[in-house]
Structures are given as C-alpha cells and as structure tokens.
Write a protein that binds this ligand. Structure first.
Ligand code: FES
Length: 178
C-alpha cells in the first residue's frame, strides 16, 4: 500500500496485517490442513501438524505463517508460538540451502564442539543462529543429536557427521561449496 512518509515521499511498505492477508496455503496444503483439522476433536492438538505443514509450505514459520495458523484454528497467535517454542525444527526465518546443526551438549562439548563451532563461525563469517548472506548455510546449535559415543557430532541437512575434526570440517565445507 502506498503511504506518504514524513518528508512527503510515497513509500511501498506493507503492514503486517496486509502481509498476513496475502499469506495463503496452496490448494494441496489446504486439503491437508482441512483433513488434519477435521481429525482432531481438540483444536489445540492440530497446532503441531499445521506447524509442520507451514514449515514445508513456506520454508519457515514466520509471523505471517503463525497468524495464518492461528486464524485457521481460531486460536490466539501466542498459543501457536508457545507450541512452536518447544521444538527446534521450525524456523522463524527461511533457512539456508544447507542446515548445519552442531551438538553442544556435554560429550560433544568435552570433545571440542565449541572450538569447531567457533571455526565454523569464522569460515562462514556469520554467528551461530544465522544464515550466510548468500542463503547457502544456516548454522545452529542443538542439544544432543543422540550419538554421544561418536562425539563431536554435527548434522548437515539431517546427515550425521561423527568424530568431527577441523580437517573433516574443511572437507565438508568444500563439498557444500563454502
Ligand atoms: S552430546 Fe552430542 S550427540 Fe549427545
């Protein structure tokens, strides 16, 4: 929507309400949403499956997606956010082509994951929890990948890399084009 700014210039900034209004599920996703919501007698139980659908559909669950889910289920957006906050698989912003998850729990930490993480931040030139400007890599930390015996462990798009060293990390980064 066009608006006049303080200096009289026209701007093209959309409000959140306008962006929410435009956000829609595709036909296919909508069918899935309808069959999901009809199979749960309690509305709140459908929040989690709808979060999965939104993540797949939009590549993230941003504010617009949260509002869309809330409107679909007739619940408060806060309720959707509360459910979302329990899980690490939902992204508030679009993630990079490669998602690198570094385990920082005790076994991995004792065996050097902190230093590997620092090295990754240096190589990628972004801090943990963010995505490289070219959209290639998102770097996050996670609590225990369930492979403590082969620490330090990280995963790239769900594929595990165990007993990681700097040398292995260099090979890995080369493979994904960093
Ligand atoms: S502590 Fe890292 S996989 Fe369990």
């Amino acid at each position: 929507m066009q608006r006049s700014s303080a200096d009289g210039h026209l701007t093209e900034r959309e409000t959140l309400e306008e962006r929410v209004e435009k956000r829609k599920f595709s036909e296919a996703a909508l069918k899935e949403v309808e069959s999901t919501t009809s199979s749960y007698p309690v509305t709140d139980s459908a929040i989690l499956p709808l979060l999965h659908i939104a993540q797949r559909e939009f590549g993230c669950v941003d504010e617009e997606a949260v509002r869309l889910i809330a409107r679909t289920l007739d619940v408060e957006p806060l309720r959707v956010k509360e459910t979302m906050s329990f899980y690490t698989m939902f992204d508030e912003k679009p993630r990079g082509k490669y998602l690198i998850e570094v385990c920082t729990n005790i076994s991995c930490s004792l065996l050097g994951s902190d230093s590997l993480l620092g090295y990754l931040e240096e190589r990628l030139k972004v801090p943990r929890g963010s995505t490289t400007p070219d959209g290639l890599v998102t770097l996050i930390t996670v609590e225990c990948l369930g492979s403590c015996g082969t620490a330090p462990v990280m995963s790239v798009n769900g594929e595990y890399h165990e007993g990681v060293t700097r040398e292995k990390l260099d090979d890995l980064l080369r493979e994904i084009g960093v």
